[in-house]
Design a protein around this ligand. Structure first.
Ligand code: UT7
Length: 340
């Protein structure tokens, strides 16, 4: 359900943001040296010029840790001020336990609950709605919400996997959220949705509890099911329509118009998707943020990375209204409207 918050004396505020990407820059030319693709094709079809890849076994929790430290620093808080971790990723360190508990251990805050969110490109918005609800309900005071991905070690760099492999990158973003008075801005509204009938459109099938009698065998590895598989055209079309409709819905639900919004930050899936959403809404390009040229699609990390960049570069400021919108594997989708 996507009901508007009824009691508005308390709002969830963004107290700090941070992001971290690995140092290793991988250009389209680097990928063209590994498989049958080209800089021109990737740039024209996706808008991506480069992405970052890890160069050590750091895991999503390791990237998330760096982003979390920067977000805490930005909020002028320490790890002991956090009373809930929410960790969104499709590339967890382990099948289990989740990356959230690993992050808690690295931050040195044993005992703090950690919730893992598995909603792919929409994971950050899913985490944001949970954090917002729990903060407004008074269950937690300060929530660390992280979106982090290490995708590069799980991609198929053969010619067969090229349409997926060129899209994704590694990175992490984090926000620290806390309660504040309603008249000082904060999260205004969040909406979410999902339709698992389209699970096959973007899926990584292995490891899988559906495999019987064993999850991983020589046959499963030979089938290449350990790599993500995508119906690119289907995801592309649904992403445009859904993100456009989400923007319209959240504005209508909250009595805002597009003119009230300083910046729309779409999930960074493909520059063409972002541009078509922007054009279909009739918003000028300057009010649509894109950084996919530098990072590729970092899935659950894309929105918090972008939000942090925008805050640190002054692209957005206190009092600005920002709309985050996402769509991805599942299908899952979501939007969040906030006043900074
Ligand atoms: O957050 C959600 C995550 N995913 C997405 O948002 C992805 C959404 N989909 C897309 O971004 C696009 O569908 C892609 C970028 C994946 C593909 O672009 P497209 O314009 O839909 O290309 P296509 O799949 O229709 O392929 C066109 C051609 C094909 O060759 P033929 O059959 O015309 O000879 C592909 O084999 O481009 C070929 N191709 C490539 N060529 C060079 C596909 N991938 C590549 C590649 N390099 N990496």
């Amino acid at each position: 359900m996507n009901a508007l918050p009824s009691h508005q004396t308390i709002r969830t505020r963004v107290l700090g943001t941070g992001h971290h990407v690995p140092d290793q820059v991988v250009t389209n030319a680097d990928l063209a040296a590994r498989m049958n693709t080209s800089h021109e094709w990737i740039l024209k079809h996706t808008g991506i010029a480069q992405r970052r890849y890890v160069d050590s076994p750091v895991g999503s929790s390791g990237l998330g840790l760096e982003a979390a430290r920067k977000a805490l620093d930005n909020a002028q808080l320490s790890p002991s001020d956090i009373d809930l971790i929410i960790f969104a990723t499709l590339s967890p360190d382990y099948f289990f336990p989740g990356s959230g508990v690993l992050l808690g251990a690295e931050l040195g805050i044993p005992g703090v609950p950690a919730l893992d969110v598995r909603n792919q490109c929409s994971g950050f918005v899913y985490g944001l709605q949970s954090a917002d609800a729990m903060i407004r309900a008074g269950i937690y005071k300060r929530v660390l919400l992280v979106g982090a991905e290490v995708q590069s070690t799980g991609l198929d760099f053969s010619d067969e996997g090229r349409s997926v492999a060129v899209l994704f990158g590694d990175g992490a973003g984090a926000v620290v959220l806390g309660a504040g008075p309603a008249d000082e801005g904060g999260i205004i509204h969040t909406i979410l949705g999902a339709d698992g009938r389209h699970a096959d459109a973007l899926i990584c099938r292995v490891p899988s509890s559906r495999r019987f009698p064993a999850q991983i065998t020589a046959e499963t590895l030979a089938s290449r099911d350990q790599y993500p598989q995508m119906n690119g055209r289907k995801v592309f079309k649904n992403a445009i329509r859904t993100m456009r409709d989400l923007c319209r819905q959240i504005l209508a639900d909250t009595g805002h118009s597009l003119d009230d919004i300083s910046l729309i930050i779409p999930h960074q899936a493909n520059l063409r998707i972002s541009q078509l959403v922007q054009e279909s809404l009739g918003v000028e390009p300057e009010r649509f943020y894109n950084n996919i040229d530098r990072y590729g699609n970092t899935t659950a990390a894309a929105l918090p990375i972008a939000l942090d960049e925008c805050r640190r570069t002054g692209r957005v400021d206190t009092g600005d209204k920002v709309l985050l919108v996402a769509f991805g594997s599942g299908f899952t989708w979501g939007a969040a409207l906030m006043e900074l």
